[in-house]
Design a protein around this ligand. Sequence first.
Ligand SMILES: Cc1cc2nc3c(=O)[nH]c(=O)nc-3n(C[C@H](O)[C@H](O)[C@H](O)COP(=O)(O)O)c2cc1C
Length: 286
Amino acid sequence: MEIAINHDSCINCGRCIKICPSEIFEFTEDKKAVVVARRIKNCIVCGHCVGVCPTNSITHSSFPAEKVHKIDFSQIPTAEQMMMLCKARRSNRAFSDKEVPQEFLDTIIEAGHRAPTASNLQQVRFTLVTDPEKIKLISDYTLSVFAPLIKALDSLWGKIFVKPFAKSLYRYIPVFKKMKRENAKGNDMILRGAKAVIIIHASKVTKFGCQDCNLAYQNASLMAECLGVSQFYGGFVCSAIKQDKQNRLNKILGIKTEIHAVMALGMPQFKFVNYIDKKDAIITKL
Ligand SMILES: Cc1cc2nc3c(=O)[nH]c(=O)nc-3n(C[C@H](O)[C@H](O)[C@H](O)COP(=O)(O)O)c2cc1C
């Protein structure tokens, strides 16, 4: 990795020194120039230095000219537009039979990929499933993981020894039974006829893999909303993955890293016309 400063154009503003999380840059003793210090191996390749330099005086081998773009601030949504997006976004499970255009799926994944990652590791992986048979495998898998669990909870033994301590679990028994019945009739209540599923995963060695994947999820889901694509979080699938010590879904889909988020997508049958207020926010100001 190489980082260089063009001293002919550098105006010594010190922005790179202030912004760099790895303290790569420093002023010379006489403060007349900015230099690349010895700690270059600490660079996390975030590109802040190249992004912040007002005179484009920093060259970084990881960011050749074609990877550096001027920000068009007029294209950034206003706070009002952003808030309207937050208010209008919903988990719309009423998917139509229409396919989600591939370019929409690509844009949704790109938005996810642009989310921040801890230490800028960028280890988040996306698996896009559009094959209807594979989508069905995901739903069948989810039900198959829960089936023995539900059976045990629903048994006499479960009702005597587990129910008194885990009443909330029992709420899911009729839900699960209905899902299983409907699934047998061809109604998928897990992924609800999704035309695409985006599975977001990261290597086990990534310390913040779960956070990274779920930040990617939220970026991606807001992009879906902007594109008029419906999506909802595949929580049942994620719970099944957590329960399943044999990682069967990874094997079924050939995913080698840990799955942290699942997005079910489709084109909406209809749109929401009203947004609804949430419960009051619980905020502590210290
Ligand atoms: C972690 C998580 C798991 C979820 N799991 C499911 C799920 O398995 N199936 C489903 O239909 N919706 C699921 N949802 C969607 C929630 O039910 C939904 O976000 C909530 O009801 C609020 O509705 P809204 O997203 O339209 O505002 C999940 C959401 C989150 C954040």
